[in-house]
Structures are given as structure tokens and as C-alpha cells.
Design a protein around this ligand. Structure first.
Ligand SMILES: Nc1ncnc2c1ncn2[C@@H]1O[C@H](COP(=O)(O)OP(=O)(O)OP(=O)(O)O)[C@@H](O)[C@H]1O
Length: 276
């Protein structure tokens, strides 16, 4: 479980990006994070990733405070072109972080190949990143994260630089990975529809400095489809509510969260054994 309590961060120039943010993410949840531009979403992810030391508050992963980059974590950034090494083959890029796992060369190669297959790139291993399209390069970044088998994956606007069709394919890839690998995923996005489509839950941050403005369960069936899911009345209602919240609106006092009934129904269904 990821637990964030009273998180505060001021940059060296005095700019306060986060002010007293509380958030708990249970294991296996896919949490979408949205908020106005510049509100502190990336700062939050960087603090969770141990890339910056927050000036206040506490972040724990499975009860252990985060001091530096946690062992069990992978990060996927928007800018895939800068996160892959151009002088390494695709397979070596994917295998590289596995050195930290102490794997042998053969094990690293096998894990890289398996991860490439899971993102639909079984034949790309011998190529170099610059020989692939942008969408394929982002698949490689996701494969690298997957090969590492992290318990927590942080994704910072991961589909912001790809075309609309590739974006949908990659959203479905993340949903599939989440279902099969059961890892916890935090996904920062500017796209409200995407936050609902992929999320189990959506957290809306308020204007800088960031705090949790609203926290909404996504009560949609766990198997999602780009056309059918986005046409559901619950999807349309939730997307409208989140849009209003991102623009600074307040939750209506006492209002039942949109999708809560469906979420409850899913819980009942899931507890009955087979989950979709
Ligand atoms: N290194 C830094 N030094 C000073 N201020 C910074 C630094 N990095 C970010 N900021 C400021 O902190 C605030 C939050 O930035 P952050 O990148 O976390 O926001 P964001 O919500 O991810 O932005 P966007 O939606 O545009 O991607 C912004 O006002 C930004 O200008």
C-alpha cells in the first residue's frame, strides 16, 4: 500500500508545488490523477519515485518510508525518445534495469523478450529505438517497466506524445497489463476521458499548490472497450463531473459519488469469485 500523509514540497526558489496532500492507494489499484496544468502532478510522482526529497510530510510504500528510488518501482515518462538509449538495441534497453535485480544475462534476455511480446513487439528486440515509430518506442518503455515486474508503476502523461489511435491502443495495453500483472499503477493524465477509461479511481488535484480536491471511484465494468465503455451513461456523467472539478468546481455536498452504485455492484460481483 502506498500512503502519503501531509505531503508538502517547496522548490528551491520558494515555489510551493504541494501543500498538505493526503492519499492512500491500496495494492493493485489503477489510480488516475488529473488536475489543472501546473498544479503539481509531476512533482507528486517525482516525490513518490524518490527523485526529489519533499520538504514536508511522509510517503511510505508497504510501510517503509521512501528515501531514494524504491527497488520495486518503475516509471514511464511522456518523453520516450529521451528515456530510451539510442545506442542500445530495443532488447538491451528493456533488459537494462534487470541488472539491478541481479539477473543473469540469459535471464535478462528472456525477460526482455517476454515483455516485448506482451506489448505486441515480439520482433523488435534487435532493432534500435530510432528505427521504431513513436508509439512503438513508448511500447518499449512500457515493456522495460514490465520486464522489471515492479509492484508500483508510475506513468506521467505516458501517451501525451502519440497519435489518437496509438493512444487508445496503449490505454488498452495498460488495462491488460494491470489485469494480468496486478500491479499498482498511478497514471497522471491531462485527458479526462482517459482518466475515467483506464482508472479504478480518479483523484482530482486542485490548483497549485496541490492537494486532493476530489476522489472518485470509477464504477464501470472492469472489462473496458473504447467504443462501448465511452458510450455508457455512467462514463459520460463521471467525465462531466471530473471536468467540472478540474475547472475548480466543488463536489455537491452529500452527493453520492458518480458511479458508486455500479462500483458497489462490481464489488459484489467480484467477491462472488471470477472477476472479469
Ligand atoms: N524545478 C523546479 N523549480 C521551481 N519550480 C518548479 C520546478 N519544477 C516544477 N516547478 C513548478 O511547480 C509547479 C508544479 O509543477 P509540476 O510540473 O509538478 O505540475 P504539473 O501539474 O505536472 O504540470 P503540467 O500539468 O503542466 O504537466 C509549477 O508551478 C511549476 O512551474
Amino acid at each position: 500500500m502506498l500512503q502519503i500523509t501531509g505531503l508538502t514540497h517547496s522548490y528551491a526558489d520558494g515555489h510551493k508545488a504541494i501543500d498538505g496532500l493526503d492519499l492512500t492507494v491500496p495494492d493493485g489499484q489503477l489510480l488516475s490523477i488529473v488536475g489543472p496544468s501546473g498544479c503539481g502532478k509531476s512533482t507528486l510522482l517525482r516525490a513518490i519515485a524518490g527523485l526529489i526529497r519533499p520538504t514536508g510530510g511522509r510517503i511510505t510504500l508497504d510501510g517503509k518510508p521512501i528515501n531514494g528510488v524504491p527497488d520495486d518501482l518503475a516509471v514511464v515518462f511522456q518523453d520516450y525518445s529521451r528515456s530510451l538509449f539510442p545506442w542500445l538495441t530495443v532488447r538491451d534497453n528493456v533488459a537494462l534495469p534487470l541488472r539491478r535485480r541481479g539477473k543473469s544475462r540469459a535471464e535478462r534476455r528472456a525477460a526482455a523478450q517476454e515483455a516485448l511480446e506482451s506489448v505486441g513487439l515480439p520482433d523488435a528486440g534487435r532493432k534500435y529505438p530510432w528505427q521504431l515509430s513513436g508509439g512503438m518506442q513508448q511500447r518499449v518503455s512500457i515493456a522495460r517497466a514490465l520486464a522489471f515486474r515492479p509492484s508500483l508503476m508510475l506513468m506521467d502523461e505516458p501517451f501525451g506524445s502519440v497519435d489518437a489511435q496509438t493512444r487508445e491502443d496503449l490505454e488498452d495495453l495498460v488495462l491488460q497489463v494491470h489485469r494480468t500483472e496486478k500491479m499498482t499503477i498511478l497514471l497522471v493524465t491531462h485527458d479526462i476521458d482517459e482518466s475515467v477509461y483506464v482508472g479504478d479511481r480518479v483523484v482530482v488535484l486542485n490548483k497549485s499548490p496541490a492537494r486532493v480536491h476530489a476522489d472518485l471511484p470509477v464504477g464501470l465494468p472492469s472489462v473496458r472497450d473504447q467504443i462501448d465503455t465511452r458510450s455508457l451513461p455512467e462514463f459520460i456523467q463521471l467525465r462531466a463531473e471530473i471536468g467540472r472539478l478540474v475547472r475548480g468546481g466543488a463536489r455537491e455536498p452529500g452527493a453520492e459519488p458518480v458511479g458508486a452504485q455500479a462500483a458497489a455492484a462490481n464489488d459484489v460481483k467480484d467477491s462472488g469469485g471470477e472477476s472479469a
